[in-house]
Design a protein around this ligand. Structure first.
Ligand SMILES: NC(=O)c1ccc[n+]([C@@H]2O[C@H](COP(=O)([O-])OP(=O)(O)OC[C@H]3O[C@@H](n4cnc5c(N)ncnc54)[C@H](OP(=O)(O)O)[C@@H]3O)[C@@H](O)[C@H]2O)c1
Length: 295
């Protein structure tokens, strides 16, 4: 595990805090941040594009009310996707941009929006088919030298894409979709690489974006929730906690990035770290997801 950056064992994702979800007021943002810090959940996941380019600024406005909070937080954000938005009239089509100028400009804008003078971790949001690792490394080196970003990483990168960036710059994390509904990173080398290269794996949509609980007419979801419920009784927990503990058991040290904006669910997620599933229990869930016994 990479020890350079200390994160809380679960991370609060802000995708749905703003206009695309809870529509929090400044006071509600602040209350949730403070409540999280109180239970020692101190890491927050952002992206420039969240809330149609507005969520970072809303979060930053909340921090402005209590600037002393900043030093207790780890702020993660992402760059590299350009979406069509009235907030960015220059973007004519959705595209990726990992040019040196864009990475630097985006990080500087995130600093301003989040009302901070450093980012703990900056991720390239998606692999760009025409990315140039030398150009990316030059952008990262400049941001690091200026003290604007402490650490760098990638998101949704394949092992070979991650290796390409690592050949030019010491990144520390890959944030990918991992859940009981999305097993690919267990099988395609992503998590193996995190162990080998001491990268921090972060799991986005750790509860399958909520689909496991939402669509119970699906055979696979029925199997998974039945097993999760059975284990939940044993551990005196909720099925959501069991599914998070299932991720936490992986030796790569997965950090779930939570999607909920409800404090009780965030608190429950943190409490899931107490559950240590037995090996066969882990495989019960794996079998419920795949629908068959391991070969
Ligand atoms: N790097 C990337 O490309 C990428 C992509 C997507 C997301 N992300 C990050 O990952 C974070 C999480 O993504 P996500 O929202 O898909 O995660 P998720 O935690 O898998 O899903 C969140 C959804 O599940 C629901 N939910 C959570 N706990 C529940 C429970 N106990 N019972 C019923 N429903 C429950 C939530 O509803 P409530 O809100 O009502 O609790 C919410 O709608 C985002 O905020 C963002 O920071 C990154």
């Amino acid at each position: 595990m990479n020890k350079d950056l200390q994160l809380s064992s679960v991370i609060a994702g802000t995708l749905k805090w703003g206009v695309r979800g809870a529509k929090f007021s400044k006071e509600e943002y602040l209350r949730l941040i403070e409540n999280c810090v109180e239970i020692e959940l101190t890491s927050f996941d952002h992206a420039d594009i969240y809330g149609n380019y507005t969520t970072e600024e809303e979060f930053g406005n909340a921090l402005r009310m209590k600037p002393q909070l900043r030093q207790q937080l780890q702020l993660i954000t992402k760059c590299g996707i350009r979406i069509v938005s009235s907030n960015r009239p220059e973007n004519k089509i959705k595209s990726y941009d990992t040019s040196k100028e864009h990475i630097i400009a985006s990080a500087e804008r995130s600093l301003k929006n989040l009302n901070t003078d450093y980012l703990d971790l900056l991720l390239l949001h998606r692999p760009d088919p025409i990315m140039d690792p030398d150009e990316i490394a030059a952008a990262f080196a400049r941001l690091k030298k200026e003290g604007k970003v402490l650490h760098f990483g990638v998101s949704n990168f394949s092992p070979s894409q991650t290796e390409m960036i690592l050949s030019r710059f010491p990144i520390i994390s890959n944030q990918v979709e991992i859940s009981i509904l999305h097993l690919q990173p267990f099988l395609d080398g992503t998590l193996d690489q995190c162990i080998t290269r001491k990268l921090i794996p972060m799991a986005w949509s750790p509860l399958g974006g909520g689909n496991i609980f939402a669509s119970l007419d699906d055979e696979r979801n029925i199997r998974i929730t039945a097993v999760a419920q059975f284990l939940a009784e044993k551990y005196n927990a909720g099925p959501d906690q069991v599914l998070l503990s299932w991720l936490l058991k992986h030796p790569s040290g997965i950090y779930p990035v939570l999607g909920t904006s409800k404090f009780e669910r965030i608190e429950a997620a943190l409490d899931a770290t107490r559950i240590i599933l037995e090996r066969e229990e882990w495989f019960l869930l794996w079998r419920a997801s795949t629908g068959y016994e391991v070969p």
